[in-house]
Design a protein around this ligand. Structure first.
Ligand code: GTP
Ligand code: MG
Ligand code: ZN
Length: 291
């Protein structure tokens, strides 16, 4: 019987199948992740995962405790919803760029939510508009929003309805709050502000898939402190920067890495302001980190 993995525990996972849910044993060595489609043996008596179907897409990163190992965050998602906050914690464009590469690498579309807009002053909103304009120019839609006031949520809802989505990003940016505000019927759990620090607590401890009646499936994930890239080849990195496409024609070499090569259309564009200098800088930093 076919089933979808809703949550993963040591040695087992919660699965959903036609007609119910069960806690199923999972294979000891093969990683299982939320969103996986699996074959389930005997759901009535001793449910166990017999096989994991090939993954359509993945969101993954290197295991921070064992960087040579891939850590699967979610599988078979259509959309990676990258959540960042205007402040608390501060907006981090480089982290956003890494998530965009990871989403592209894993085969999913990216939708960006810039949450906690209610905390921004009028001046800060103006400054943000510039940054967001750069992303818009790169063909990446960034949705300013607030889980608190509901501002901007309708546009995001339109992008995710009927699709399989994973909400990812730093701890405390408001992933769970957004899931709960966007999809109240999901029953997603949101933590409260810790009174001792006045800061958001690290509340989500494991990824969880919520299935809605209209076919929308949302995976809420625990926040990360850092986000590394898994298995991105230096020669392919530029592919995940769609804003470079228009400028590649000016590169002398077809396998240009847009770093040291003599005639490079991408570097020229960044210098001339036709391409976001910040995006180009992130690209160079990621490239250097790939070694
Ligand atoms: N002012 C404001 N606060 C928000 C907003 N969204 C979330 N918060 C608060 O930010 C804190 C963190 O929210 P969560 O939804 O738990 O954040 P998270 O990204 O799920 O965090 P982790 O589960 O730790 O990864 C909570 O105190 C929320 O009340 C918002 O739009 N505006
Ligand atoms: Mg959370
Ligand atoms: Zn180049």
């Amino acid at each position: 019987m076919r089933a979808t993995v809703l949550r993963v525990f040591p040695g087992s996972c919660q699965v959903h199948f036609e007609g119910g849910e069960a806690l199923a044993r999972r294979p000891p060595l093969e990683p299982v992740t939320v969103g996986d489609q699996v074959w389930l043996g005997d759901p009535a008596t001793a449910p166990r995962v017999l096989a994991i179907q090939p993954r359509r897409t993945v969101l993954s990163r290197p295991d921070p405790h064992d960087p040579g190992r891939e850590l699967l965050i979610a599988a078979n998602v259509d959309v990676v919803v990258v959540v960042l906050a205007v402040k608390n914690p501060p907006f981090h464009p480089r982290l956003l760029d890494r998530y965009l590469v990871a989403a592209g690498r894993g085969g999913a579309e990216a939708v960006v939510c810039l949450n906690k807009l209610d905390l921004a002053t009028a001046d800060e909103r103006l400054a943000l508009a510039d940054t967001l304009g750069e992303y818009a120019q790169a063909g990446i839609s960034v949705h300013p929003c607030s889980a608190e006031t509901g501002e901007g949520l309708e546009a995001i809802r339109e992008r995710i309805t009927g699709r399989v989505c994973v909400f990812a990003g730093h701890s405390g940016v408001g992933k769970s709050s957004l899931v709960a505000a966007l999809l109240p019927e999901s029953g997603a759990r949101v933590g409260a502000v810790s009174p001792a620090h006045g800061k958001g607590r690290h509340t989500t401890t494991g990824s969880e898939l919520y299935a809605l009646a209209d076919g929308t499936r949302v995976i809420d994930t625990p926040g990360v402190r850092s986000f590394g890239l898994w298995a991105v080849d230096a020669r392919a990195l530029g592919w995940y920067f769609p804003d470079f496409d228009a400028h590649r024609g000016g590169c002398r070499f077809s396998d240009c890495t847009h770093s040291h090569e003599p005639r490079c259309g991408v570097r020229e564009a960044a210098r001339a302001g036709a391409l976001s200098a910040a995006r180009y800088d992130t690209y160079l930093r990621i490239l250097a980190s790939l070694g």
